[in-house]
Ligand binder design. Structure first.
Ligand code: 5GP
Ligand code: ZN
Length: 114
């Protein structure tokens, strides 16, 4: 996908602080963290949002959930706990149109969202 910020990060054209990577998933630190640990997990192919998950690309999403505990362990928050957030579309405030999961933790988080 041309001119997609996160595709450029996957390609290495735009630098990021990588936390974890495998064939399907890249995890890197959010540039504006909202908590001591704030990592983004993204599929390494362009998927716009959760409305664009298909039979063909779903492996990239299941893989994110398969490795999230490894990423949490690397970040030192596996046992204490964490929150995963995925925004889809305008009302949710999705700013980058490449599907991503926020992994947030490292402190007592606030009450549930909204
Ligand atoms: P959204 O609001 O789309 O769910 O979240 C997008 C996230 O991407 C935000 O938390 C924002 O801080 C992060 N972000 C935006 N641009 C960059 C960037 O160039 N590098 C990194 N590492 N994170 C970014
Ligand atoms: Zn993309």
């Amino acid at each position: 996908m041309q001119d997609c910020l996160f595709c450029h990060i996957v390609d290495g054209d735009i630098p990021s602080t990588k936390v974890f990577e495998n064939e399907y998933v890249l995890a890197f630190k959010d540039i504006h963290p909202v908590a001591p640990v704030h990592v983004l997990l993204i599929p390494k192919i362009h998927i716009q949002d959760t409305n664009h998950i298909t039979d063909e690309n779903v492996r990239y999403i299941t893989e994110i959930y398969r490795v999230v505990d490894q990423v949490a362990e690397i970040c030192g928050i596996k046992e204490e706990g964490y929150r995963i957030i995925c925004n889809c579309g305008e009302d949710a405030g999705q700013m980058v149109p490449h599907l991503h999961f926020h992994l947030i933790g490292g402190a007592k988080l606030g009450e549930k969202i909204i």
